[in-house]
Structures are given as C-alpha cells and as structure tokens.
Design a protein around this ligand. Structure first.
Ligand code: NZQ
Ligand code: ZN
Length: 382
C-alpha cells in the first residue's frame, strides 16, 4: 500500500430537503452569494425557485449558462463576475459541469495568475479560493467530493483536470435527480462505475481494503442501475447511486493506490475534439481499452470477473479475464449505452490522430500505451 494522509474537507448533507438544512447552517456568515447554474433545467424543475427562497436574505449574483463540458472561457467569465461583485461564497447548483466550472472560478477569482498557465506550465496549484458549496442536481461524476475540475480549453484543444477548490459542503438530494433525462441518468451512473474501475485497475493490484470496498461499490452500482431501469422513479436506487457516485470520488477507494484513469484521458481528449457526452464516451472506450491491456494485469481482471460479475467458469485465467470484459460489454448494451462512437453521433474519424497524440499516458495503467495504440483503440471504438 502506498503511504497516505487522509482527511476530508467536504461535509455532506444527504437526503430529501437537504438543501434547506445545508444552506441554513453553512451560509450564516456569508452575504454575497454567487448562484451558478447550467442551461436552465433548474428553472424548469423548480430547484432554482427553492434555492432562491433559501437565499432570500442574501445578495444573490447569478452566473448562468454553464454548458456541459465547461470551457475555460466560461471559467474566466465567472471569475470576472465574482471579482466585480466581490462575492464571498459560490453556490454551484447542477451536475458535474456546473460544479467543475465553479471550482475553478473560485480559485481563479482570487489570483491574478492565469490558472491554466499556473498549473500546466509552472506546475503550481492553487491553495486559496472563494469558499463554495455544491448542490448536486445530476449525479455520477462525484465532482462535489474532490478538488479536480475537468475543463475544456477550446484554444488549446485540451480537456484536462484542473486542480482547484474543494466544496465546503455538498447537498445530495436524490429527489433533485428525478427530472434528469433518463439517458443522462444512465450516462452518469456509468461514469461512477468507470471511476471505480479506473481506481480498481490502478496499482498496486493486490486486493486490499480499498479494492474490497470498491468491489462492493461496483456491485451496488450494477444492481441499482438494473433496479432503476425497471422503475425510473425508484428513489432508493437513485439514493444508492448518488452515494456510490460520491464514494467513488471521496478518496476512500483511492487510498494507497495510484489510479489508472487511462480511459478517462482518452475520453477527455475525444471530448475536446467532439464535445461528446462523458459517460457515453467511457462506455464505448472501456471494453476496447481493456481488451488491449488485460494480459498485463490478468490476476486483477480475473478477480473483477469473479467478484464483480460473479463469473466462476473458465478454463484459464485468460478465459476468465476475457469473460469479465465481455460481461462489462453486455452490461453496457443491456443498459442502453452506446458500444461504438457512431452510436454516439461521432461521424468524423479525422480527429482521432490528434486525439491520440494529445492524450496523456497515465502512470497507474497496467500497460504503458503508445500514442499509436491509443489511435488503434479509437479506431476500434468507431
Ligand atoms: O445545463 P442544464 O440545463 O442544467 O442541463 C443539464 C445538462 O444538460 C442536465 N441536468 C442537470 N441536472 C438536471 C438536469 N436536467 C434536468 N434535471 C436536473 N435535475 O444534465 C445535463 C448534463 O449535465 P452535466 O453537468 O454536463 O453532466 P455530468 O454531471 O455528467 O458532468 C459532466 C462533466 O463532468 C466532468 C466531465 O468530463 C464533464 O465535463 N467530470 C468531472 C469529474 C470531476 N470533477 O471529478 C470527474 C468525471 O470523470 C468527469 O470527467
Ligand atoms: Zn468520469
């Protein structure tokens, strides 16, 4: 096990009506609140009205129109607004995109340095930010639980993880997710499963406590996606999935490990070129990537087949490992996610070379892929 120090800065308010409790307790000392949201779903489903009512004694500055796959320009717009209005707290109300954007806005607003330059050129990371909270309206990314924010720099054609603010608190109310389009719900749940797998297949690969908890989370995600497909209103299943999403990103599963996240790196760069849906991209990439790398970590893939997919029959390690990957593919089909890029609406393969060449190679992946192998994987995904 790798050495670690563990403590957690984000307080979680979970359950129906959690926003009321959280805002009441957590915003006592703040007056100027920047309320950030996306393209308007919060206005249709009533969440905006509910939050505005809770903020009725505050000065509210609105920062709206945060798009899926948020851009660096949008971050700069938010940071400018926060500075101009001297906001003292940022409340992000949305899915991963809104929360990610706000995490970087919070840090960018308190420094004159350009955060992108600071992190990717000078290798310095922010230590100060405007305090913020996250009200999750679409679950799956776990963004509310970590300090990473995935931002698309349109000029540089890079979608990358920027390290920025931790939310002081997160509101997880499963009822808020009822209005999310079902396709997006499933995409979000697969993102959670992906985060688990990306951690599980990192190094070291012997199973210990973090991986055993991870196996339980993966089985729980799989079970509850199936429950939710039977009954999309199943609030118990939504609750379990919402907490699974947070569990995958609250650090516990990662303790003592170097994570893999190679599938994410490929998907993020594909996103930089195509603006594709994150969970859908991962669903296509995972099985193809795994078929390229499993022989380098056969023991772990066998365990994945046995413990996560309950596969017991196989004449050899290789057969069992392959059966586990096939079970993942079948599950992706069963839950209605795409199994190739064409089903996602990606029609042009011209960007694949640039996607492969600009993709990061991760330290935790069991096989150090070359850019040509990533290109091959992208072509196979098509
Ligand atoms: O923009 P609005 O109108 O709010 O609509 C959103 C958006 O269209 C809608 N939505 C959200 N809550 C809703 C709702 N519609 C109806 N009712 C509600 N209650 O859902 C759509 C998708 O939202 P978005 O936030 O884009 O999706 P998601 O939560 O999947 O976030 C995706 C982003 O997170 C990044 C991804 O790369 C992508 O940019 N990730 C962030 C991570 C992190 N910070 O740890 C980890 C992930 O691996 C991921 O990379
Ligand atoms: Zn993800």
């Amino acid at each position: 096990m790798k050495d670690f120090v563990f403590s957690y800065p984000t307080k979680v308010y979970f359950g129906k009506g959690a926003a009321g409790k959280a805002l009441d307790l957590e915003l006592k000392n703040y007056k100027k609140i920047m309320l950030a949201y996306g393209g308007g779903s919060v206005k249709k489903n009533g969440i905006y009205d509910e939050i505005m009512e809770l903020l009725k004694n505050k000065d509210v500055i609105e920062f709206s129109g945060i798009m899926s796959n948020p851009t660096y320009k949008k971050v700069q717009e938010g940071a400018g607004l926060a500075r101009e209005n001297s906001v003292d707290f940022i409340l992000a109300v949305g899915g991963g995109s809104v929360i990610d954007c706000c995490k970087v806005v919070a840090a960018q607003a308190v420094t004159d340095e350009d955060i992108w330059e600071m992190e990717f050129v000078n290798k310095k990371f922010p230590t100060e930010w405007i305090p913020m909270g996250a009200v999750v309206t679409a679950s799956g990314t776990g963004s509310e639980m970590n300090a990473g924010a995935v931002i698309t720099n349109e000029d540089k054609k890079i979608k990358a993880g920027v390290f920025a603010a931790y939310a002081d608190f997160a509101v997880l109310d499963p009822y808020y997710t009822l209005s999310v389009p079902f396709k997006q719900v499933i995409s979000g749940t697969f993102d959670t499963l992906s985060h688990c797998m990306e951690t599980y297949f990192g190094t070291p690969r012997e199973s210990f406590i973090s991986d055993e908890i991870n196996e339980a989370v993966m089985r729980n995600v799989i079970y509850n996606i199936r429950q939710l497909i039977k009954n999309p209103e199943d609030i118990e299943a939504r609750s379990e999935l919402m907490w699974d999403s947070a569990m995958a990103e609250n650090g516990l599963l990662k303790l003592g490990k170097v994570t893999d996240f190679q599938a994410h790196q490929i998907e993020h760069q594909l996103g930089a070129y195509t603006d594709c849906n994150h969970g859908q991209g991962l669903a296509v990439i995972h099985p193809v990537l795994y078929s390229h790398i499993y022989s380098e970590a056969a023991g772990k893939f066998v365990r994945f087949a046995k413990v996560v997919w309950n596969i017991t029959e196989g004449k050899s390690e290789v057969e069992l490992a392959v059966k586990g990957i096939n079970a993942l593919t079948e599950f992706i089909k069963e839950i209605g996610l795409p199994t190739n890029f064409r089903e996602m609406g990606i029609t042009d393969t011209k960007c694949f070379r640039a996607v492969a060449d600009s993709c990061n190679i991760t330290a935790g992946c069991c096989k150090k892929l070359t850019k040509d192998e990533i290109f091959e994987i992208l072509e196979e995904c098509y």
